[in-house]
Design a protein around this ligand. Sequence first.
Ligand code: ADP
Length: 674
Amino acid sequence: MSPSKLPKGPLAGTHGVTERRRRGGDEALRLSEERFALAMQGANDGLWDRNFETDEVYYSPRWKNMLGYADDEVEHTLAAFERLVHPGDRARRLEAINAYFSGAAERYEIELRMRHKHGHYVTVLARATAARDADGRVVRMVGTHVDVSEQKRSSQRRAAQYAATRVLAEATTLKETVPKFLKVICDAAEWDLGCALVADPDGTQLRGFTLWRSLSVPAGDWEGGLRTRSYAPGQGLAGRVWATGKPEWIVHADQSADFPPEARAGGMNSVCVAPLVVGHRNVAVLEFYSRDIRPRDDDWFTMLASVNVQVEQSLRRRQMERDLEQAERKYHDIVEQALHGIYQTTPDGRIVSANLALARTLGYDNPDEILNFDGPFAERLYVDPGRRGEFKQQIEVHGSVRGFEARMRRKDGAVIWVSIDARTVKDERGDVKYYEGSLIDITDRKDAEQMKSDFVSFATHQLRTPLAGIKWLLELAQAPDLPEESASYILDARASADRLIRLVNDLLDVSRLEGGRLATSPQPTDLAAMSTEVINELMPLAREKNQSLVMEPPASLPAVLVDPKLGREVVLNLISNALRYTPAGGAVTVQMHSTNGAVEWAVRDTGIGIPAAAQSRLFEKFFRADNAAIVHTEGTGLGLYLVRLVLERSGGRVWCESKEGAGSIFRFTLPLAK
Ligand code: ADP
């Protein structure tokens, strides 16, 4: 298009100064005017130019095109503009112009809604500058229009999403969340009306549930109708969205028979309808209405879908929290009503929780008294506070403790025996958070045991002297000139007396250990050297049964802390058992290695093994498994009991792994000498 055919543009107007210059034939100015005229046609911004002297307004083709009109479809008058601007924006615009003219505002810049040829509104950012005459009167105003509809929509979507997310942070149930949800989304995205319909649990009907109306929408009877709507699956717009799960958008109420007539009566013109999916079910339908015609915005659907994902997640999270709360409450009730004392303690000796049974066992009226101890509880509760150190050592090495026995002092000063089970609880980083476990009063059992061992101790003491006498007399009686038969009787009698003496000595050891009367002096001990000595001592026995007895020497081994005499008893007992309960020709292997803070020692045999049912009782006093009694009739069932007592006193632990007929492994740990 040649500049001469340009429409009557701003600089081709009747502005006095321009006219004079033009007449003067200023070539440079002419060129610049042509360039400006071209810009008016081609620029992406709509341009307008209002001459206050002639009251003419020029709108560029782009200005018109932004609103869907061809160049010749909008007349160049102010009235044309006033017809197109949203009625709700007219007053605001006048204010802005006046403020600019009077100098109260530095510039004219305003967002306006302009009606598109198709009926919807386009949001434009209008900016302008004024030219004034010598008296300061505005003679002309030139401005631009930029279409910012998409920016506006996208900021509304973001605002709606943000508002929805905030509501969801506090979401509890669907029915509680939906009304708030509807309100904030409508508010943020300038919808005039929001409705939610919720499906019946049996999925047969979708019913109006809640409605939100912007303050600018006058109330009316139509609201009741909207609220009480009800649809079968597929019926009407909402019923269809509910059934298909596909969102829909009606731009013109007039163009769709599905547009709810009640909303039409309320002045609504466009609607966006979207499903709300929870757990793969369309549980509700949301409707967003506007009075202005609102073109379909697929990004709005995308935003709603992503909010829906958040809804699901937060409802699921809430459900999980509720389940957890319930489980916790149940757990709490169980703990509170438990007969066993249940507690949590920190490694440094504070009690963090305790149930009623624990308080009662220790003579307190309620757990708070225990929780409020100041300082570590060991000094207050343990008769021998050092036992808490032994407990800690065991739990540090093994992660758990079972049947740890200790004497505790009740609130009234009475001393009771308790048995403690505990395990460590760690945080995500693997650091120990606390120990938790249970405690029971075993005073009665201990008293009975005490009576038993007092009796055994008394009886064995009484037996010792006459037994020594018998042995001594039998030795005397064994003269060289005795008839062969008598000599063999005496030999048998001596062997029996020896066995009796061994039994009596074992019993005495046990009762001393049990009563804590056996003086021990723990010292750094080399378990490997000790094992070698014991193995050498037992080698003749192994050879006699044609058994291999070997130790796999460890590369290096830190010293453990144990009373050397008692430690030796442990090793001797375990290796002798392995030889004893392994048939001729079998193999016995001793191994050891260091693990965190301890040495683990093991003896493995290829012997008769231990029946599953017997394994848990093996370390009890006098216990012998049935299969053992057959191969070796003379056992006492005291050896392993002694082993356990010694190891527990020394901060260690003993256990076995075995299968009947397939050999056994006995293992123990002893703490390192630090
Ligand atoms: P005793 O050997 O005198 O019976 P212990 O206390 O040493 O007493 O052992 C208790 C029981 O444990 C044994 O009677 C036997 O049933 C079982 N036992 C111990 N060591 C072994 C082993 N190495 N193989 C199979 N059973 C064993």
